[in-house]
Ligand binder design. Sequence first.
Ligand code: MG
Length: 395
Amino acid sequence: MNLHPTSPVILTLLTLAMPAYAADVGSPFYGDAPDAHHPWAVHDRNRPQPELVTPGTFSTQAQPGKPPSDAVILFDGADLSKWEADEGQGVPTKWVIKNGAMECVPGSGYIRTKDKFGDCQLHVEWAAPTNVRGDSQGRGNSGVFLMGLVEVQVLDNYNNPTYADGFAGSVYGVNPPLANALRPPGEFQTYDIVFRRPIYKDGAALDPGRVTVFLNGVLVQDNTMLEGGTGHRVRSKPGPFPETGPLKLQDHGNPVRYRNIWYRPLPPRAIEGGTDGYLTTEATAAKRAAIAASIRADAEKLKNPSNPVPEMLRLAESLVYERDETASQRAGELANQYWANLQQLSSEKLAEKKDEVKHLRDVCVYLARCGVITEDADSKVQLEKLIQEKQWDKP
Ligand code: MG
């Protein structure tokens, strides 16, 4: 039988399915359980909510945009208090501010942030001089040096060819940009960069590091693997990076301008203690134990002699993350207490418990699926039998 999605049969089936779906979505006993590499269940309600960030606004040529609410602002057009010369700590830079942008003074040297930071989302806007001079690497050259080590090239490549791995948006000397998406010189260009530094342990790379770059909204570096720091004429050499470093902007002898520079630090990766992503078995076990402990602490607050259900459910939930003899025993006692209470009820009062009993049966099915209880556990069998006797599963 071929059924159109809007056929009455399909619609009826959907309607029947909806309440169950809606009821289950909020339940902790819903998605696949934590496993050896994922400390959270699928659709886990215990997982922390994402941080609230108020988005910024996009820039126009006339006006820089507003950074997102949690950005660390490095340059907002007004002052260079967060910057210094690359010669040494506290040495003032000779770069100057003109019309809301900082401008490289040729021969004055690199400028760097006083802040040191590592993995980040970085936003930088730059403009090559309107007055076009020189060619190839000699025209509007500067550079954004991540941690002071990896150069994302800044160059006026508008009608100006050069070697591919030295174009604007290249990881200099390593990887050309995927496209030349430059605006004419004098106009502001935008870099949005996602940077993950290399991480080493005992001399071996756990993660070689990655950089993604959008130039004027066009992807030019697609999660490009780092091969170490960058340099002129030299092959970059893989090796450990420090934890943090300053952001540096290059003086390459051209009065390139910058504005609207900000970054957002990124959370740790799983390999450096982060708890999202694909974790090692050890890290997963540790996180699962921590989640279970916090749920057990929460269960403690739900103790209620006249209603064992909330505490029982929370304890059962904790067992999905970590087996714990005390929690298991207490949940079992509460289940026995619940069952004994049910036996005391008149058939009228028992009928009022239909939805709760069915939910607890579903929880037992889930727990059996996760291996927390066995398929023939007393509590599960008792509830299933009761539901069958009362024909509560019939629509
Ligand atoms: Mg450069």
